[in-house]
Design a protein around this ligand. Sequence first.
Ligand code: PGA
Length: 233
Amino acid sequence: MKKLIVANWKLNPSTLKDAIKLSSSIKKTKKNTVVLCPPIIYLSNVKYPNLGAQDCFWEEKGAFTGQVSPLQLKSLKVKYCIVGHSERRTVGESDDQINDKVKLLLENQIIPILCVGYGTTVEQDDLEVVDVLKSQLETDLRDVDTSKVIVAYEPVWAISTGDPYATKKVATPDHTEKIAIFIKTKFGINKVLYGGSANLNNAQGFLEQPNIDGLLVGGASLVPNQFNEMINL
Ligand code: PGA
């Protein structure tokens, strides 16, 4: 079964030239489906079979300075859009706003990659994660055809701070498999990804699990040698 590997470049790289160079160094593969999510400003210049945005606004058009709408993303042939990333939630994004984004993306035939996750420590996550995921997903997916949404489970404590070589703790594949089953059975989701310091050393363990359908990769997606191996696992 093909898995879905999504590269979240975050606020990298710093120039258009480097963005084009990075995208052209990522191989095209038939083994898995690969989506590159560069910063929005580079989307019309980066060429790759599947492109995604890292965020969008919840209104289609109007007086909203600095925002980018799903309608505009559609005009750039963007197929996927990350929403609800923990780095957006920490700057104040609410589940109601995320819900509006998910709905508007679907209206524009863009597949939302909805990020959920919790916990500043492994211990906190173990105790409360299911309750928190349930509450996030109940609001994020309100009045939504959930079969069209991809969910990325990203424990907040596992997300790296930007150093592609940093070795941080990751969730175990077993724990993530259980969470994926919970998300699928409770919310009618078809695809669940794992994210949080996914790299070449730990990717295989997640990809082997039947209910983990792929990875959302930050830091390691900026290192072409490493990412090219990951997308061919
Ligand atoms: P990371 O980022 O792989 O650098 O931890 C993943 C993400 O935040 O989507």
